[in-house]
Design a protein around this ligand. Structure first.
Ligand SMILES: *[C@@H]1O[C@H](CO)[C@@H](O)[C@H](O)[C@H]1NC(C)=O
Ligand SMILES: *[C@@H]1O[C@H](CO)[C@@H](O)[C@H](O)[C@H]1NC(C)=O
Length: 164
């Protein structure tokens, strides 16, 4: 009987150890507001593969409503960037122009399906921005971010990048 109990406990332990990595992988990436001053509008963001995989393309779907800024076709940009836990860029941000103009206070959505995933450290931050890179040094209209892998530091690098 003692042997049986011991074997059962051992078996339960083995199960726990096997289950742990699986649960880590299942943890979903959740986007929330950015730590940006002055505060900007928020975005709802969904990603395709969770977590993103190095060397593959990731898809991002964002939606929201801008309170005071208009989205201007070929001028306003949708930008996605990966940062390390110190807030430094890991790779050149992905930048895409809006294909339609959308007035403020009108719900909009935007998608980018081919965003290359850089080699990522254990902790990183994904920031998704909507803004105008040409307006007085770059103005962010809306933003969302997600910290992955227990990254506790907040981003400090929310510059908008122009399309070349
Ligand atoms: C996204 O916007 C397009 C038009 O701009 C609309 O047809 C579509 O239903 C929207 N999708 C969602 C999920 O809101
Ligand atoms: C990933 O996206 C880039 C453009 O950003 C594209 O050139 C490439 O073909 C895509 N790769 C795959 C595997 O879809």
């Amino acid at each position: 009987m003692k042997n049986f109990i011991f074997a059962s406990i051992l078996f339960a332990l083995l199960l726990t150890v096997n289950a742990a990595p699986f649960q880590l992988n299942k943890r979903a990436i959740i986007f929330g507001p950015c730590n940006h001053e002055p505060p900007v509008d928020s975005l709802e963001v969904k990603i395709g593969a969770d977590p993103p995989e190095f060397g593959k393309n990731e898809s991002f779907d964002a939606s929201g409503t801008l309170t005071k800024n208009d989205i201007t076709k070929d001028k306003t940009i949708f930008q996605i960037q990966y940062e390390d836990s110190d807030g430094n860029l890991i790779a050149v941000p992905y930048v895409q122009n809006f294909a339609n103009s959308i007035k403020a206070r009108t719900p909009f959505n935007v998608s980018a399906s081919d965003v290359p995933t850089p080699k990522l450290p254990d902790s990183y931050l994904i920031a998704v921005l909507v803004g105008d890179p040409d307006a007085s040094g770059g103005v962010i209209f809306a933003c969302a971010s997600a910290a992955v892998g227990g990254s506790s530091k907040k981003s400090k690098n929310f510059d908008l990048f122009k399309l070349i």
